[in-house]
Ligand binder design. Structure first.
Ligand code: FAD
Length: 426
């Protein structure tokens, strides 16, 4: 595994560091103190757009990482051997650095967000142009969002209940979604709904629901214990009509079917093949779990640095037990980081990384939490007062074990893999 950084990656890291220190850390602390997300019209977001951030990785030629993976690109593509400016390793390093300064602010950045992967992997060329095109060189801060989770379906995604009913020219969606990042400020939200709850994941389809669509509403920003700088939002879909052109993965002709073939009747519902392609691509070359894990590493590093600073100021580093505990945390963060890099490097090499991605996701948030917990112990009453960065990191870090598959779910995936069981059923 060669992790030499190229110039483009070094430049991105330097930019992340400068931005993080100057703007992200103070913004994150402010949002935490005020207990609300950074408003969408904050000048910070406009500045990010001017810096060329908040863009899609889709270039207009169908070549995002997900596209290439879905197309079964050969191993050892352009990124083979080193962290190139736009590959999974490079993105992961930048994500770690941004999260070192403030993970909540990092997720609030404009961009298509988690909605980018399904659009680029399942969308037709026209859909990519419509939904990702405006993110190529945005004129203003724009957001996309991704809504899978529901009040009654988190880990068990097969249990989603938002219903998609076939009507002439499109679909009618009805249901409730929760905890979708940046949803109320998004131009569009990729909403997962089921054409038939009895079919489990086989019944799932992805719909791009655009802002202002009648029936999309009741946006409610959730109260969170940490990561307050970005909004996690619940919303409702009440008989919300979505035209066929907004169904991801719909094959020509299939999406215009009406009646029986649509809502659970005989024959495959539209979008099945492309959906399977998306699923396969996401499972084989998982780039999001290692990135989330790397964010946790960044947060753990921040907790360690702040704890070290405090311990030094208070003269605590003369105690070998304190030194030993701090070093133990560093060791665990370092090991977690290597797991993240390995998983992302495999993704860049177009090699399956499901196991490594789960390992990174299972290990890194736990290491970050340990770093923050130790920091709280070292701080003592200074931590208990609730106004120290370590205390904020202690609250921020917990969510990293929950998002993108909880630690428990990762352990289930790994244990099943160990004994040769298929991945999906528990
Ligand atoms: C800060 C934050 C941001 C988020 N952002 C988004 C977003 O942008 N879009 C989106 O769609 N969702 C988002 N989510 C939702 C997130 O994906 C879910 O919270 C997560 O999948 C867990 O689901 P749940 O909260 O319903 O917990 P549950 O699934 O109810 O799990 C509760 C507990 O039970 C355990 N458990 C569950 N099933 C099993 C099992 N079979 N065996 C053993 N243990 C099990 C879990 O590990 C967990 O400890 C976000 C959540 C948070 C906290």
């Amino acid at each position: 595994m060669n992790l030499d950084l190229d110039e483009a990656t070094r430049a991105r890291l330097a930019q992340a560091r400068a931005l993080g220190e100057r703007e992200m850390r103070p913004l994150g602390l402010e949002a935490d103190r005020l207990g609300r997300p950074t408003p969408a019209d904050h000048p910070f977001f406009q500045r990010l757009v001017q810096l060329g951030l908040g863009r899609t990785r889709w270039t207009g030629e169908g070549d995002t990482e997900a596209d290439r993976a879905a197309a079964g690109a050969a191993p050892g593509g352009a990124s083979a051997g080193a962290a190139r400016g736009g590959g999974a390793v490079a993105n992961l390093l930048v994500a770690e650095e941004l999260s070192y300064w403030d993970r909540g602010v990092a997720v609030s950045f404009p961009g298509p967000g988690l909605g980018e992967a399904p659009v680029s992997a399942m969308g037709t060329p026209e859909q990519k142009e419509r939904f990702l095109g405006p993110f190529r060189a945005p004129d203003r801060p724009r957001w996309g969002a991704f809504a899978m989770t529901e009040p009654g379906a988190g880990s068990d995604v097969a249990g989603i209940r938002t219903l998609a009913r076939r009507v002439a020219g499109g679909w009618v969606l009805h249901g409730d979604k929760s905890f979708a990042a940046n949803a109320s400020r998004a131009d569009w939200i990729v909403v997962f709904a089921t054409v038939d709850p009895k079919r489990g994941r086989e019944g799932h389809r992805a719909f791009v629901v655009e802002r202002g669509t009648p029936g999309l509403g009741d946006f409610h920003v959730e109260h969170k214990m940490g990561l307050k700088a970005y909004e996690s939002t619940s919303f409702t879909l009440r008989d919300c009509f979505v035209p066929d052109e907004n169904v991801l993965g719909a094959r020509a002709g299939a999406a215009s079917d009406t009646g029986a073939r649509g809502a659970g009747g005989p024959g495959p519902p539209p979008g099945g093949e492309a959906r399977a392609g998306f699923k396969g691509a996401m499972q084989s070359f998982n780039a999001t779990r290692p990135a989330i894990a790397a964010m946790a590493v960044g947060m753990g590093r921040a907790a360690l640095d702040e704890s070290l600073r405090f311990a030094r100021e208070q003269g605590l580093l003369r105690d070998a037990r304190v030194r030993d505990r701090l070093e133990r945390v560093r060791r665990k963060l370092h090991a977690a980081r290597l797991l993240c890099w390995r998983a992302a490097w495999l993704a860049d090499e177009r090699r399956p990384n499901v196991l490594e991605a789960s390992m990174a996701k299972a290990v890194a948030p736990a290491a970050a939490l340990e770093a923050a917990c130790l920091g709280m112990e070292i701080l003592g009453e200074a931590g208990g007062r609730g106004d120290h960065l370590v205390e904020k990191l202690f609250r921020d870090a917990k969510a990293m074990d929950i998002v993108e598959g909880t630690g428990q779910i990762q352990r289930i995936v790994m244990a099943r893999q160990l004994v040769g069981l298929p991945r999906e059923e528990r």
